[in-house]
Ligand binder design. Sequence first.
Ligand code: G3I
Ligand code: 9MR
Length: 553
Amino acid sequence: ICLNQAGFYPSAAKIAVVKGTRNDGPFYITATNLRDTLFRGVLGAAKQSLNSSTKTRIADFSNFNKAGSYVVLVPGLGHSYVFRIGNKVHDGVAAAALKGFYYQRVSTPLQEQYAGKWHRGAGHPDTAVLVHPSAASASRPAGTKLSLPGGWYDAGDYNKYVVNSGITTNTLLSAYEDYAAYFKQQNLNIPESGNALPDVLDEVLYNLRWMLAMQDPNDGGVYHKCTNASFDGMLMPGITRAPRYVVQKSTAAALNLAAVAAQASVAFRPFAKQVPGLSDSCLQVAKKAWAWAVQNPNVLYEQDNMNKEFEPKVTTGAYGDRNLVDEWFWAATEMLAATGDKTYAAKVDAGMAAAASLPSWNSVAMLGMYRLAKQAKSAIAKQYAAPAKAKIIAFAESLLPAQQRNAFATIMGQSPRDFIWGSSAVAANQGIALLKAFQLSGDRKYFTAALSNMDYILGRNATGYSFVTGHGSKTPMHPHHRPSVADGITEPVPGLLSGGPNPGMQDKCGTYKFNEPETAFTDDDCSYASNEIAINWNAPLVYLASALEAIND
Ligand code: G3I
Ligand code: 9MR
């Protein structure tokens, strides 16, 4: 019996899914003593999943809305985990997902008063990062030492990638822009809690300062990543002393930094007292990165080619996007919003024709649509708001019909193609698109649909896992996350979103029990393809959970 293991808002749709079709009679909502029956329903018709051989029946108890803790009981089968009905059922997940970023901080010790039993020493200092031969320039020859401390570890590995930091930081800043009041009252118990910045901006700042430093001030170009030559072993951060490098500059990195720095210049502008000069520096950096990209419009990061030419070979994550049309578009929308300058309009025009699609690290056009639909202060930007809004709503609308056919009654899983590396983030990003449509249209059906994907992430899925570490009754205990593997603590670092089912199973881990799209998941630390964690997956979880809380409030 699969359900959202955190719970349900009193007025929301409430669905549990019974796997298998043998039971077809009544089901009950009982108190946690399994005796006091509070609601009786009848299981729905058998459904064949679109994404595996699984068959299900749906237990719909939406009409039951009394606050409390309960289980779903199916005679002859058993009962579900305990769940709650109440307001704020996702408040804890929202905070934990954002706190997850604190645990990913690279160059700072995590003190016990903030990190609890997961306290640890500082990770990589990154104060003497070497310029890799692929990145050598006249002013910074190979071997030059750069100071690039801070930022978040990308994932279960210990490297820092500008491209993936881009969408991540954008998503967190957008969450703040869209639901500022919610974030202003949030206390994450991080070292900066209690200062005049909302915690979400303090956390973003920790990464932003590193991103800004990835620009070469001599020419405005941006190094693609700050990395070890090869992945560190499964050890605590700060233990290994392998040299760190910046590799070649890339257009994708320049455009990601331009977009994020432009967005940050707007977001931090009201906080001139707390972070003097930051907004202006961000805009300077953004303009210089853009100018570099204009001069170098299609410098791809092709790691294999780079390794044919330069030593040492670099074998860490590539984030090697080959199509930059969407990066140009996104960066142009942020530059336009931050400056109102019509020089950026040409690239916006060029990107407007594309159909809206789900955002991911290598497909960011939708981030530009979100920007255009929202922030239109200047006359030149205003003209794009209506078409962008129409595209976002059309995209959200296209997600809706599959929920009826879906054996788990979620938006996630409208087709097997939803189950890619990091599928949990597909669910979360669909949720964001739906909430954007809700914000733009006021139509509650999009909110309801987004909530179904929160249900997916927290347990109403074919694996039965809540994919957020530490949040739910059945959660990943062995994520591919170096600190969680190496720290000797039973529970993994909390608030991290596991990648989720991925039939690609590229890790060739031996413990997958199932291999169909929605079941190809194994809670094993060898499984980086289904059970790693990553900042670009956690960020949409932060957005989704926080927005649901803010809207339901
Ligand atoms: O773009 C193609 C698409 O055209 C094709 O239809 C599809 C079919 O499989 O594949 C698509 O490429 C995939 C690509 O992601 C883009 O989605 C690859 O198969 C897939 O292997 C690739 O996975 C990426 C993975 O790194 C391996 O490169 C993940 O998106 C990405 O999240 C993951 O990121 C890693 C970093 O490299 C290192 N740090 C950890 C992080 C998370 O695991
Ligand atoms: O730990 C790495 C993980 O963060 C990446 O997502 C993954 C794919 O690039 O690679 C992992 O590292 C593995 C490497 O690719 C192959 N040897 C085993 C490494 C992990 O144990």
